[in-house]
Design a protein around this ligand. Sequence first.
Ligand SMILES: Cc1cc2nc3c(=O)[nH]c(=O)nc-3n(C[C@H](O)[C@H](O)[C@H](O)COP(=O)(O)OP(=O)(O)OC[C@H]3O[C@@H](n4cnc5c(N)ncnc54)[C@H](O)[C@@H]3O)c2cc1C
Length: 414
Amino acid sequence: MAKDVYDVAVLGGGAAGMMAAIQAAQNGASVLVTEGNECLGKKILATGNGKCNLTNENMDSKFYYGANHTFIKRVLDGFSLSQTLAFFRSIGIEPVKEDELYYPRCKQAAVVVAMLEEKLMSLGVTVVLNTRVRGIEKDENGIFHVKTTGDDIVSNSVVLALGGKASAIKGSNGDGYYYGKQLGHEIVPTAPALVQLHTDHRGIKDMAGVRCHSELSLFVDDACVGKETGELQLTDYGISGIVVFQLSRMASVALTSGKHVSMQIDFLPEYDSCELMELLERRFEQLRPQMSVADALWGLLNHKVAIGVLKECGIAPDKGVGECGRDDIYRLCQIMKAFHMVITDTHGFKNAQVTAGGISTDHIDPNTMESKICPGLYIAGEILDVDGICGGYNLQWAWSSGALAGEYAAKEKK
Ligand SMILES: Cc1cc2nc3c(=O)[nH]c(=O)nc-3n(C[C@H](O)[C@H](O)[C@H](O)COP(=O)(O)OP(=O)(O)OC[C@H]3O[C@@H](n4cnc5c(N)ncnc54)[C@H](O)[C@@H]3O)c2cc1C
């Protein structure tokens, strides 16, 4: 019996794949989605701590990394923030803004997935679960043959939306790069991004469990390449928190290329060095001279941080404040403002939220997401050499690139 030939086969049922399938079906195409997991959108469920940070009010290509910024801008303009918000309203999700971050009004990622599924169903899209792609071939008539762990798929066009390598437990393990390469595309080396960072610094490990407001400065080969201020989390392996995530991409790529990476923590960013020096001198004068210097820092720093800072200065935590000279206070002030550590590694792809690098955008048309090497092949989402900072940028990339890929793939219908 002749196989059904779909207009569009969408490979991967994540954010980009679901969006592509909906747009393709809305443009009149017959569409099939194949997904390796037992359900669609598994990664979406984990986004925004289960609340799904859909997108961001400040949408701009400057919040993204990747080799080609003009490409990124064209895609973001091609299916814009306002089109994305209108799309979600059209499927029953009311976006609300918290600061500049957009969430669904119900703050439930599961509802976002459910409403996307509902839309797929209402458009008659065929969804095949528990079925992994095994190979993609294009015949001499331009028809695609996708081998899977289930039935093979035949289609006039393919949307490759298999995701990156981050958080593989949610389904995407880097398979997609292999298929992209097989079809002629170049792969930009990958690295984990939006990820925790490791250090061997004993002082940091001793502060494990503490969360504190800090300013971080990232150094690559001794040049400061980025600064972030916010809540820092100190852990037994190193450092975490949004401040770390925002700097982690640069750290991760630098580590991958064998560069020296270090981080400096300013535990008291609200004071400049002179103000802090005056504050400490005044504080030490007012206190009982026998009081330990560790206790004298109570109310200013978390106790574990205070002990760590004192050890880093070479000052015994039980030294009396009366015995501390100006030199001690100066040293203390210096370390509180610039606690330095070498970054040895990231917490790996397993814990990363996104992948830096991926299929090069050089040979993809940003107006349509079609491959210039393999016509009829459309590529969308995290699989591409594009990654954003925290704050809804990565999902927006999936929505924008997925929508364009789906809309234009539908035009391949015969
Ligand atoms: C914990 C966590 C929190 C995050 N929070 C946010 C957030 O709040 N806001 C934000 O913007 N971004 C967030 N992100 C990033 C965002 O979720 C991703 O960038 C986005 O989901 C990528 O979408 P995608 O469709 O390109 O890839 P994916 O979501 O990875 O989808 C790819 C799909 O393809 C399937 N697949 C892979 N290989 C095969 C195969 N061989 N055969 C068949 N199927 C296959 C996978 O199972 C998967 O379902 C977060 C990520 C994580 C891990």
